[in-house]
Design a binder for this molecule. Sequence first.
Ligand SMILES: Cc1cc2nc3c(=O)[nH]c(=O)nc-3n(C[C@H](O)[C@H](O)[C@H](O)COP(=O)(O)OP(=O)(O)OC[C@H]3O[C@@H](n4cnc5c(N)ncnc54)[C@H](O)[C@@H]3O)c2cc1C
Length: 426
Amino acid sequence: MKVLVIGAGVVGLTTAWYLTKHGHEVTVVERCAGPAMETSFGNAGGVCPAFAGPWAAPGMPLKALKWMFRENAPLKVRPRLDPHQWSWMLRFLANCTASRFAENKARMQMMAHYSKACLVALREEVGIAYDDAANGVLQVFATEEEMAGGVRAAAVLERLEIPHRLVDRDGIATIEPALAASGAPLAGGLHLPDDETGDCRLFCTRLADLLTERGCVFFYDTSVLRLVRSGDRIDRAVTTEGGMQADAYVVACGPFAPSLLGTLDIRLPVYPVKGYSITCEIDLPERAPRSSVMDEHSKVMITRLGTRLRAAGVAEIAGFDGSLRETALAGIRARVRALFPDAADYDASSVWCGFRPMTPDGPARVGPTRFANLFLNAGHGSNGWTQACGTASYLADIISGERPQIEYDGHVQQRQSRTTSARSSI
Ligand SMILES: Cc1cc2nc3c(=O)[nH]c(=O)nc-3n(C[C@H](O)[C@H](O)[C@H](O)COP(=O)(O)OP(=O)(O)OC[C@H]3O[C@@H](n4cnc5c(N)ncnc54)[C@H](O)[C@@H]3O)c2cc1C
């Protein structure tokens, strides 16, 4: 079967990979000049199934309210005259109940753990290297209140039988010795030894090379302008380079998926939540994190990627504003400097921002649509690197008519069957 994958971020590329493994003839269309030039470019580098879960959680509305008055708060909402933003935020709030959170978290956990297993298998199969390491992630807490949250998180991990360890300040230093030199207050930490790290962009460029070797065709600098329907099927994609036809189409456009699907009257509740990262060469390796530290206070994640250090964080609900806000970057620099004072020259870092493709409830939308040959793989939010291989493998099974190895509960179809209007909202 000929399959056209739209988008060459980590989700589109992994989808192309598993489709190719199923024996399909795959073409990838990407509007940028190469792979992973949007959200998959500069993320925090964490492959962290243990962290996978929705942002919509009990207590989040109150936290968000408090953050409105804190300088350099992890979350900033800039209300706009945009119905998509308001309806997304209302759906987000509706998902902050304990029961919705539990349901969404369980679904994301299952996908994330499956995804890590898929990534490990892929790595073993082809020997792909991407400044990867399997040394766990340490979440650190600045206050006793944050530590209490860590204890609650540990109880959930216990129930899910996910390896973890709560540690005090001394315990932190045994896992990440460089933190002993930090002057920042640290009450304790939660160590997740099975989580991994790696450079998502490097993974994508190398996976794209492997795909090319296996016959997958790439069209870069090519935008899909719209998908043309014929009855209940997609007939062709209209691109800036002309029409393209395939037996099946996969929309893997991350935060940009809603506008493309809008041309088919499909409303995808994915909102671009902007984040930032800085990357610099490590000067003193013994002063840098051995693996990755997630600072709960600032929600900044600091990860060693080979000889580099990446720090990423901040969430801005403000539409597709691609400006690099200096105060946001300064906040990230200040936090990483406080935790790892001499590891690198943070003023010499390269800077980046990207848009997390967030659904209001958390889980990505993966599966068929009301068009028989149109499939979605979008909305991976803050977990797309962690969940890419799993969602891609799952979708490739569905497209190939095989039973997926996990039940992701038919999320896309289930939502659509509830829709009675001509427009579908999923
Ligand atoms: C600051 C930050 C930190 C993060 N940290 C982590 C982390 O530590 N771990 C983790 O798991 N996740 C993390 N994430 C999330 C993760 O980066 C994303 O979920 C993931 O990259 C999304 O991948 P994607 O392929 O769906 O989207 P993208 O990477 O944005 O790819 C979509 C592609 O589609 C292309 N496209 C769009 N429209 C069209 C069109 N019409 N025609 C052709 N091409 C089109 C775009 O150009 C783009 O290349 C982080 C995100 C941010 C912003």
